[in-house]
Structure formats: structure tokens, C-alpha cells
Design a protein around this ligand. Structure first.
Ligand code: DC
Length: 224
């Protein structure tokens, strides 16, 4: 059974999806980390990310695995190094690439298979798992989301300027909404949750309530 959580950057998806997975006793998949780590890896390898063919060839052969709920690239555990403004700035080279996207969606489907997962990203309810029994679209105003991103960076010891975060986020929103495949889109059957005025615990409680109410029983078809 799959619950999908999509939405723009900074809507709280990762935190909420992780907590919801614990509440439901499901596994958690952070698909943004997959795009981030390939971007970080290409930067670290010194690739020119605008050289599409070279970037594609590189990304397709880098072995990515999920082990015990943790993401690994080429045998190395993925950590906080992927959550920097540098990675966010260049991520569109990876996320706009339809061949890399298809590769990552294939991996997501293989990992999730027929297990219980909360999967979050931009295209989880639309492209990766259209059969999910419960789909959420989390959103908040650009200012709220930028404030949250700034607090997150601060926790990681990274100083930032609010206006720069907001501008970078609006640019990511524009790119996320306009890429040719896998663009940020609310699935027709997704439930929108505005998180501006809600505490994380309130959002998680609301999502859990809805997911449990929709959870298919033993007799029913899980692709409702
Ligand atoms: O959720 P995040 O901020 O960690 O995602 C980083 C970027 O990855 C985001 O700007 C768009 C891209 N992304 C995507 O294109 N598709 C997904 N399923 C998840 C993330």
C-alpha cells in the first residue's frame, strides 16, 4: 500500500512523510534525496552539468540502493551534504532530464514493489504511483516555506539570507512546475493540505486520520 505526498519545496513534506510513515508503520521514501545525491555526485566528480549526454551517462551507471531505509550511492551512505544551496541551484540539470527521471522512477517502483510506503516528492501521485490508495498535496505560501528552509539550513549550521532563499525557492517552484516530464502537479485524486497555520503534529494527525479511513480492508482492492 502506498501513500504519496507531493508538493513544492519547503512545504514540510519530508518531515511530515517521515512521521506519518512511523505512525502508519510504513517505510518512508524521500525521492528528492535521489535527485539531490545525483546532483551532488556530478558536482563532486567535476562534471559540466549542462553537458546533458555526459551527465545522463554518468547518472545511469551510478549504483543507487535503499538499505534498511537509508539511501546509498556507489556504496556510500547519503548524508546532509546533499542539502545545500549549491545542490538546490543545480538540481534542475538532473530533475529536468527525462532519461534520468525515468531511471529514478523505475528505482522507486522497484524499491516500493508491493510493500507499505509513504513516498514523497513532486510526481509520486501522478507518475510514479498513480495507483496509490491515498494521495496528499502539501503546500504553504512561498514566505512560510522560505522561512522553514532558512530554519532548516540554520540547524545544519548554514547561514543564509531570507530574501535569497525566497528568490531561489520561487525559481525552483517555477522550474518544478514547468519541467517537461514529472512536473510538480497535484494529482486529480489528491487531497490538498495547506500547512501555513498548522503545526507539524496537526498535519501528521490529519493525514493519519485520512489515510486510516481510506486504507483498504483485507477484501478490497488497494488500487482504489
Ligand atoms: O524535495 P526536495 O526539495 O529535496 O527536492 C529537491 C529537488 O528534486 C526539487 O527541486 C525537484 C526535484 N524532485 C523531482 O523533480 N521529483 C521528485 N519526485 C522529487 C524531487
Amino acid at each position: 500500500m502506498i501513500v504519496t505526498i507531493d508538493g513544492p519545496a519547503g512545504a514540510g513534506k519530508s518531515t511530515i512523510a517521515k512521521l506519518l510513515a512511523v505512525e502508519l508503520d510504513f517505510q518512508f521514501l524521500d525521492t528528492g534525496a535521489m535527485y539531490r545525491v545525483l546532483t551532488w555526485d556530478a558536482q563532486t566528480a567535476g562534471l559540466d552539468l549542462s553537458a546533458t549526454d555526459r551527465l545522463t551517462a554518468h547518472c545511469l551507471v551510478r549504483p543507487m540502493e535503499m538499505r534498511a531505509g537509508h539511501l546509498y550511492l556507489a556504496g556510500r551512505l547519503v548524508g546532509p551534504e546533499i542539502r545545500t544551496p549549491d545542490v538546490a541551484r543545480d538540481i534542475h540539470f538532473v530533475a529536468d532530464n527525462p532519461v534520468i527521471r525515468q531511471h529514478l522512477v523505475n528505482l522507486q517502483r522497484r524499491w516500493v514493489d508491493d510493500q507499505n510506503f509513504v513516498s514523497e516528492g513532486r510526481d509520486q501521485g501522478t507518475i510514479a504511483f498513480p495507483q496509490a490508495f491515498c494521495k496528499f498535496f502539501l503546500t504553504a505560501s512561498p514566505e512560510t516555506r522560505a522561512r522553514r528552509r532558512q530554519a532548516q539550513l540554520q540547524q545544519q549550521g548554514v547561514d543564509s539570507v531570507f530574501e535569497e532563499i525566497l528568490a531561489a525557492q520561487l525559481e525552483r517552484d517555477r522550474r518544478d512546475q514547468s519541467r517537461p516530464t514529472g512536473r510538480l502537479l497535484k494529482a486529480l485524486d489528491a487531497i490538498t493540505i495547506e500547512t501555513d497555520t498548522l503545526a507539524i503534529t496537526e498535519v501528521v494527525a490529519r493525514l493519519k486520520h485520512i489515510a486510516l479511513a481510506r486504507r483498504p480492508g483485507p477484501q478490497s482492492d488497494s488500487s482504489c
